[in-house]
Ligand binder design. Structure first.
Ligand code: HPA
Length: 290
């Protein structure tokens, strides 16, 4: 409710006396971005009224607020997943709070399996669009009475993944790739968001490929729908942590996805992704989004 968001915002403003420029939802792969924040103000989720928490490995449960380069940022270290039992609305509370704090641009990150067979483990994909299977199946965060103060009943989400942010990210990525001799190309594509928590069946993977999905994961899509509803622009980043197993004959010999592999692959590319994202945040021009 409005009162709930207002209470959370009040608790944050008691500790944070400045305006915020960019919000970051640090999913898998970016959980330590906040270590680079200067003059960090850390607020444990438990200090905020009725704020959810995440039990997933690698997800801390704190807001970290401070400076990254030229920007004031707010990082959610740990997101809330539908598969943990949070309602679709619970999973997007952080986005509403960021919007209420005046943030207009958010960065969301996640780990995902590569549906596109040309993708390699360790690649970063810029999300150009998504397919919200979780939302299409009835678990859309906007179901229920519309909050007209936030946005319209029937919001368009066709340009929430902002092409200018994507282009600028690609530029910074390629600069850092050359500077640090990083050996992965930047990918672009469509993120498919499912409820999880099981990894997909072979025929689900085959179906998602036909649908045009490039990567598949268990988060992000409702947060982005909420961002669109609040009028925010999104840079979405996916770390490809594993291959997906479909129905082709040669896919029966491949190792099955498992969480330890996902965590290990994230650790390997995390320093690179962090350095690209922090440079992006420092240099991105957000005035045009205000
Ligand atoms: N499927 C769904 N979610 C994931 C995967 C996957 O293969 N890898 C990391 N998160």
């Amino acid at each position: 409710t409005d009162a709930h968001i207002a209470a959370i915002v009040k608790a944050i403003y008691e500790k944070v006396p400045f305006d915020l420029d960019i919000g970051v939802i640090c999913g898998s792969g970016l959980s330590n971005l906040s270590a680079q924040i200067v003059n960090p103000i850390v607020i444990d989720y438990s200090e905020l009224p009725n704020f959810p928490h995440s039990a997933v490995m690698g997800h801390k449960n704190e807001l970290v607020i401070g400076q990254l380069g030229s920007k004031n940022v707010i990082c959610l270290r740990g997101r809330f997943h539908f598969y943990e039992g949070w309602s679709p609305k619970d999973t997007v509370l952080g986005v509403k709070v960021m919007a209420a704090l005046g943030v207009k641009t958010i960065i969301v990150t996640n780990a995902a399996g590569g549906l596109d067979k040309s993708f390699k483990v360790g690649d970063v994909m810029v999300i150009e669009d998504h397919i919200s299977i979780v939302g299409m199946a009835g678990n859309n965060c906007l179901v229920g009475p519309n909050d007209d103060k936030l946005g319209p009943r029937f919001p368009s989400i066709s340009s929430v993944y902002d092409s200018n942010l994507n282009k600028f990210f690609a530029q910074i990525h390629d600069e850092k790739k050359a500077e640090l001799n990083h050996d992965h190309e930047l990918r672009k594509g469509c993120y498919v968001g499912l409820s999880g928590p099981n990894y997909e069946s072979r025929h689900e993977i085959a179906m998602l490929r036909v649908c045009g999905g490039s990567a598949v994961g268990m988060s992000t899509v409702n947060e982005v729908v909420q961002a669109a509803h609040c009028g925010l622009k999104v840079l979405g980043l996916t770390l490809i942590t594993n291959a997906c197993l479909g129905t082709a004959a040669d896919e029966y010999d491949l190792p099955e996805p498992n969480h330890q592999e996902v965590v290990d692959e994230i650790k390997k590319v995390e320093p690179f992704v962090q350095s690209v994202v922090s440079t992006f945040i420092d240099r991105v021009d957000i005035e045009s989004y205000k």
